[in-house]
Design a protein around this ligand. Structure first.
Ligand SMILES: NC(=O)c1ccc[n+]([C@@H]2O[C@H](COP(=O)([O-])OP(=O)(O)OC[C@H]3O[C@@H](n4cnc5c(N)ncnc54)[C@H](OP(=O)(O)O)[C@@H]3O)[C@@H](O)[C@H]2O)c1
Length: 311
């Protein structure tokens, strides 16, 4: 696939001034979200992080102020995607304090949770945090994003094509045959199915919000934690030298939040083995775009989050 950005792919060198723009990023106190914040701040944007830990958010802001000066326009709202009530509170706070949202970057995630855990709302934890939490947040902020002529960026994962390759509507929580890998894969697939369905619904409604989907390839971040099984942790350590930096892992999401002329039904990320290297368009498997599965997931998501949402 030819890279429209040339042999080096998309890089932050393409960014002009982002002064006057506001970006909301979930899970921005570490990993790719933190690095995306750095790139955006370096171009003069305002960034509002939506994080679950005040302590880790304060530490992130301290580090960013050291790098960019005490007037760096960065703040945070507390939000735990594992609790719908917390997402509602954070969305209310954002609507009160953030008058425009040029892009909401749905970056936060948990992965490879070794044993089945349920969120307080009763969802398998990866599906709850990665998909249902973000679905609710996107729905609650949508009108503000639309008024801002803004974007929603969903950070997916190549994991979407490595699990069951479908949404297990009959057992969403993997109560029967739980595996960390399949449950994570389903959660990332759900995020992507939702994103492309949102693209379609926005278009049909004649609205302007852009929705783009990307992935960071294999990046050295904090994603694999002690909640993962031992084999996964060992593998992650062994493979780490082959992965790219968290900074490079952030470029696809920054690109999707800022670059002009991106097309729908595309999937952006590092293009070398879809793991590292120049950022550009990556292949997208057709099953992600299945309209029946997407419509069903949308209804289930509305029901589970108690949000009735027509863009
Ligand atoms: N790294 C990779 O190779 C890779 C590969 C494919 C896809 N991805 C995707 O890339 C994105 C960024 O992940 P990363 O690799 O940068 O991982 P990371 O370093 O673990 O960062 C994840 C962020 O999400 C936050 N988070 C986790 N649970 C949360 C919750 N319940 N509520 C709010 N925030 C929460 C974390 O906050 P805490 O610090 O408080 O835990 C952290 O800030 C994710 O969507 C991931 O699925 C990563």
């Amino acid at each position: 696939m030819k890279n429209r950005f040339g042999p080096k792919g998309w890089t932050p060198d393409r960014l002009g001034s982002l002064s006057g723009k506001t970006y909301v990023i979930t899970g921005a106190n570490g990993g790719a979200g933190f690095e995306a914040t750095r790139v955006l701040l370096s171009k003069g944007a305002r960034v509002v992080m939506a994080n679950r830990s005040a302590k880790r958010s304060d530490a992130a802001i301290e580090a960013l102020r050291q790098e960019f000066g005490s007037d760096a326009n960065v703040s945070y709202v507390l939000m735990d995607l594992a609790e719908l009530a917390s997402v509602r509170q954070a969305a209310a706070k954002l609507l009160e304090t953030v008058p425009r949202i040029d892009a909401l970057i749905c970056n936060a995630a948990i992965a490879q949770i070794a044993t089945q855990q349920l969120t307080v709302d009763g969802f398998e934890s990866q599906l709850g945090v990665n998909h249902f939490g973000h679905f609710l947040l996107c729905g609650l902020l949508f009108d503000r994003i639309e008024e801002s002529d803004g974007r929603i960026v969903v950070v997916g994962s190549n994991g979407y094509k490595m699990g069951d390759k479908r949404i297990l509507f009959e057992d969403l929580n993997y109560g029967k045959n739980y595996s960390a890998w399949n449950a994570y894969a389903q959660s990332k697939l759900a995020q992507m199915v939702f994103a492309y369905e949102l693209q379609r619904r926005v278009r049909v409604a004649g609205k302007n919000t852009q929705v783009h989907v990307c992935h960071p390839g294999a990046s050295r971040t904090g994603l694999i934690r002690d909640t993962a099984g031992r084999t996964t942790r060992v593998l992650a350590t062994l493979l780490s030298p082959m992965a790219q930096s968290a900074e490079r892992g952030s470029w696809p999401e920054v690109m999707c939040a800022t670059e002009a002329g991106l097309q729908p039904e595309k999937y952006y990320g590092p293009t070398r083995f879809e793991m590292v290297g120049p950022v550009g368009e990556c292949p997208l498997e057709a099953f992600v775009l299945d309209p029946e599965q997407a419509a069903r997931l949308w209804s289930v998501s509305e029901e589970k989050t108690a949000l009735s949402w027509s863009p």
